[in-house]
Design a protein around this ligand. Sequence first.
Ligand code: SF4
Length: 333
Amino acid sequence: MLGWYDRHRRDLPWRARPGEVADPYRVWLSEVMLQQTTVATVRPRFTAWVARWPDLASLAAADEAAVMAAWAGLGYYARARNLVRAARAIADEHGGVLPGEEAALRALPGFGDYTAAAVAAIAFGRRAVVVDANVSRVVARLRAMPVATPAAIRAATDAITPAARAGDFAQAMMDLGATICTPRNPRCLLCPLRAACAGFASGTPEAFPAKKAKRAKPQRFGTVFWLERGGEVLLVRRPDRGLLGGMRALPTGPWTDAMPGIEAAPIVADWHMLPATVAHGFTHFDLELALAVARVEGHVAAEGGEWWPVADLASAGLPTVFAKAARLLESDR
Ligand code: SF4
């Protein structure tokens, strides 16, 4: 695997090239950004992020609202909040230097087992067992494990993780899963593990790991309100706790089991509903939003809201679900 990695490693903006020393800040940031997001999505976002906050010290000193806005579109905002919290904790408790031990990393905000292991191995060369979705699939096939429980995958990965170059090994496994041992149509003939692979020997490598029956996600409904006054639209800040906490958003009522009307409108106005709705999938439920529009003039008391220029809405850092709604609503103007 290490020989294969030396020849075929992907060139990624957060990755040390041969002969370079990994930058722990960049390794950590990339691992957080890549959770449940593709490399293609993360690449430009990562580059823009490090141009703005090039190191731990700048992130520790960053305005949290600006960080949250920069995170828009990368999934769970708790991750962005934890990046800032961890950067501040590293500044306060570790002299501004990321610790290299898994246990010390795990004590920082937002570091779960995976991130702590990945950073310890990739940034500091420690022997750590790194299991992401790609690694998990490769190992399940390599050992032809029909039932791939996290504990069994971890034990099997532990058994093949070398003492030296554990970070390169982890990245090699990730790259193999991303480019050769792909979910569908693994390209076994190009694979450096073929001779040792029980999944390949079985003739049906794709059968491993066995697919879990998908549970249907609950469906929720809500209404999103576009209140416009002289080229500006009303935005609100979502409560700190809960989904998309602390983010700027269009006003919306509660998300419930049945499609609501305009009961939760921010003000009494002449609301009209658009025929289209917006669908968005969150991890634990699917959401369908009806769209209500009203235009007002003069002074309007909308408590806790802010008027934002419609022409500059892109800079508001709206979470994806509200950005989708805004695109539809703007086209109605
Ligand atoms: S031989 Fe095929 S199934 Fe086995 S690890 Fe390689 S690509 Fe995956």
